[in-house]
Ligand binder design. Structure first.
Ligand SMILES: [Zn+2]
Length: 308
């Protein structure tokens, strides 16, 4: 079949003029894509994937006349339909050369299997030193899989800013008792049981070297991370000063009361602060504390009175 193309056709009324006409998307004057195909008066329509590749040609009676699937660099992995060969526009909505299995970009032919141009760049080194390169690996692809996610990068950046000052502050008086700040790092907390957590903290048997892990993405700003860090540093300090890993419910309650007082409730005062600290401590002990079967509410209330 001979295909006669008139490009570009910006006026939709021209669609029905000649025997082989293509309507190109008039909203994209550069690098446009075909929308419809008039084959001797029979109209078919194009669908595209998100990368501007033609994925189907659909007839007016809704029959799929062509369907294509592509590998990342444009090789056709699957194609079917009566018009799959006749339709000239496929990968990137550019002209597919059936004989050479290349794609014609008006100036050069692109080899879909090699992922490179067949000829040198006409603008020479202005387009880059590799004259046959078709695609560069931009920032969107993590070629070694080692790059931090944006959440992780943000967590690390915040930690760099606040770690030294907060650790110094929290452990100012503890050094005399042999207590040093623990290691702190960022991680993705993706386990099912870690959903919604802002940190995970490991404590060693003597309570002296707990490691604090901030969950990347759990906080949206520096204030959130700072609050989480202050809370956990207080626990680390208490664990060290108590000289043990497994605290009693009373000791854990005292530690939670102190931790909430210096972290998420620190900007409140009066009754609001007392409610914030007590509720937070009770919630934490219910979820994580060594208080099974104990009167958490009463124990937290007295810990609050003793520590305020
Ligand atoms: Zn806590």
């Amino acid at each position: 079949m001979t295909v006669t193309c008139k490009l570009p056709i910006l006026n939709p009324n021209q669609l029905t003029y000649n025997s082989q006409l293509f309507l190109w998307d008039p909203t994209e004057p550069v690098a446009t894509r075909p929308l419809a195909w008039n084959r001797d008066g029979e109209i078919a329509y194009y669908t595209h994937d998100g990368n501007k590749n033609v994925s189907e040609v659909v007839a007016e009676n809704c029959g799929v006349e062509a369907h294509y699937e592509y590998a990342p660099f444009g090789a056709i992995m699957a194609q079917r339909g009566d018009c799959a060969v006749a339709n000239p526009w496929r990968f990137s909505s550019e002209y597919a050369e059936e004989d050479t299995a290349t794609v014609y970009y008006n100036y050069r032919h692109y080899n879909v299997l090699g992922g490179r141009w067949l000829s040198r760049d006409l603008i020479e080194e202005i387009g880059g030193v590799n004259l046959y390169m078709a695609f560069s690996n931009g920032d969107k692809i993590d070629e070694k899989g080692l790059r931090d996610t944006p959440e992780m990068a943000n967590c690390k950046k915040v930690l760099d800013k606040i770690w030294t000052s907060e650790a110094k502050q929290a452990f100012k008086k503890s050094a005399a008792k042999g207590c040093q700040p623990p290691d702190v790092n960022c991680a993705c907390c993706n386990d099912e049981k870690e959903k919604g957590r802002t940190e995970r903290t490991n404590r060693s048997a003597n309570g002296n070297s707990s490691a604090i892990t901030l969950c990347a993405g759990a906080n949206s700003d520096i204030a959130g991370y700072r609050s989480t860090l202050k809370h956990e540093l207080q626990h680390a300090k208490d664990a060290c000063e108590f000289k043990k890993n497994k605290l009693t419910c009373e000791e854990a309650a005292a530690s939670e009361v102190r931790a909430y007082s210096v972290s998420s409730c620190t900007n409140l005062s009066g009754d609001a602060k007392s409610a914030c600290v007590k509720n937070g401590a009770k919630e934490s002990l219910r979820k994580f504390g060594p208080c099974a079967g104990e009167n958490i509410s009463g124990i937290v209330d007295s810990a609050y009175d003793a520590n305020k």
